[in-house]
Ligand binder design. Structure first.
Ligand code: CMP
Length: 357
């Protein structure tokens, strides 16, 4: 049996180990630990380093055998996590040796999808972010220059040069306001007010650009996932590309656990469902409930007729669904009468099976 699974550390364990290591690194900078406690803390660091050395072995094997996902970024992080503390141990003085374990800050990034998402957002929004950063630089330098001109005679110790005034400008522009440098003249105070307001605007722009970037990226990912789900429903394979894109945008994915009720008899129905995976059970009046599986749809009767739901539908297994709301169904009907006709005919056939009265 291969020893590799024993060397594998889950992402959660990786994060916990890194957090424990970094807490120890921080603790070792505090002067109030005796030699015994310091030795114990350093022992913890050595233990974590040992685990990371094993992890590096696993990553190296994966790289060589192409077995499992071990991209270069993962290998680089694993390598740095072992080599940098080792270099610290060999090269730094005893007081600073443990600081090199600070490299373990990178460990939680190994598999993080969030940081990959952040990277994509920042690279897509780069031109706008650079624009706002330039604006920040322009306002910063302009404010420093004007503050220098206004305040240099009154407070030469604080505004005696543009770099000195720049510290005031950064603190004011970011609305941090340490209060160590305060304009004394009226003109200086008016300038401070303007700089503060510009700062709020610039930070709002940064936040807005990033928030929009995140929203668009998540929507893009949803679109790709929905695309795959919609492609799995045979009914939609007839659609032309434009109609397919339209339907991908309209359908909303949903996963229902086994046993949960999806819609109840007598309820108002404003949506119908397509089954991507799993099975649903329909409580019809017939002695045995009807079961539907992947590719089938249900909930169309109430949607078309406007009448209450004709039966209770529940998930027989965990089921992956795509729901289509009535306004989107109208859109589908007008752009793709052929599909709408199939759905209508199925509804009629099912209605025909229901007992009259
Ligand atoms: P609706 O009435 O909106 O909600 C319950 C759904 O169960 C219904 O639409 C149909 O999609 C489905 N349904 C009802 N009766 C049958 C049947 N006999 N066979 C298959 N599906 C049914």
């Amino acid at each position: 049996m291969s020893a590799r699974p024993l060397l594998r550390i889950s992402d959660a364990a990786n994060g916990l180990l890194a957090a424990a290591g970094l807490i120890v690194v921080a603790a070792l900078t505090a002067p109030n630990f005796g030699p015994g406690a310091r030795l114990a803390l350093e022992g913890v660091l050595v233990g974590i380093w040992g685990v990371y050395a094993l992890q590096l072995t696993d990553t190296l094997v994966a790289l060589r055998t192409k077995d499992g996902p071990a991209p270069m970024s993962e290998f680089t992080i694993d390598l740095l996590a072992v080599v940098v503390p080792l270099a610290g141990f060999l090269l730094a003085g005893p007081q600073d040796q443990s600081l090199y374990c600070g490299i373990w800050l990178l460990k939680p990034l190994r598999h993080s999808t969030f940081f990959r998402l952040l990277g994509r957002v920042v690279s897509r929004a780069a031109p706008n972010l650079v624009g706002v950063t330039s604006l920040f630089g322009i306002v910063l330098f302009g404010a420093s220059l004007i503050a220098y001109l206004i305040e240099r005679d009154v407070q030469p110790d604080k505004f005696g040069s543009i770099p000195q005034a720049m510290w005031w400008a950064v603190v004011t522009l970011s609305t941090t306001g340490y209060g160590d440098e305060i304009p004394q003249t009226l003109a200086g105070r008016v300038l401070a007010g303007l700089v503060m307001m510009s700062g709020i605007g610039i930070f709002a722009l940064w936040a807005g650009i990033l928030a929009t970037g995140f929203f668009e990226e998540v929507r893009r990912q949803d679109f790709v996932r929905n695309w795959q789900l919609v492609a799995a429903v045979p009914l939609f394979q007839k659609l032309g590309s434009a109609a397919f894109v339209e339907i991908v945008r309209s359908l909303r994915p949903r996963v229902v656990p086994a046993g949960a009720v999806i819609c109840r008899k007598g309820e108002v129905g404003d949506q119908m469902f397509f089954i991507v995976e799993g099975r649903v059970s329909i409580a019809t009046p017939s002695p045995t409930p009807v079961e539907l599986g992947p590719g089938s749809f249900f909930g169309e009767m109430a949607l078309i007729s406007g009448e209450p739901r004709s039966a209770t539908v529940s998930a027989a297994t965990e089921v992956s669904l795509l729901s289509l709301y009535s306004e989107d169904f109208q859109m589908l009907s007008s752009s793709n009468p052929e599909i709408a006709e199939i759905i209508r005919k199925t509804a009629e056939a099912r209605r025909g099976q229901a007992p009259k009265g």
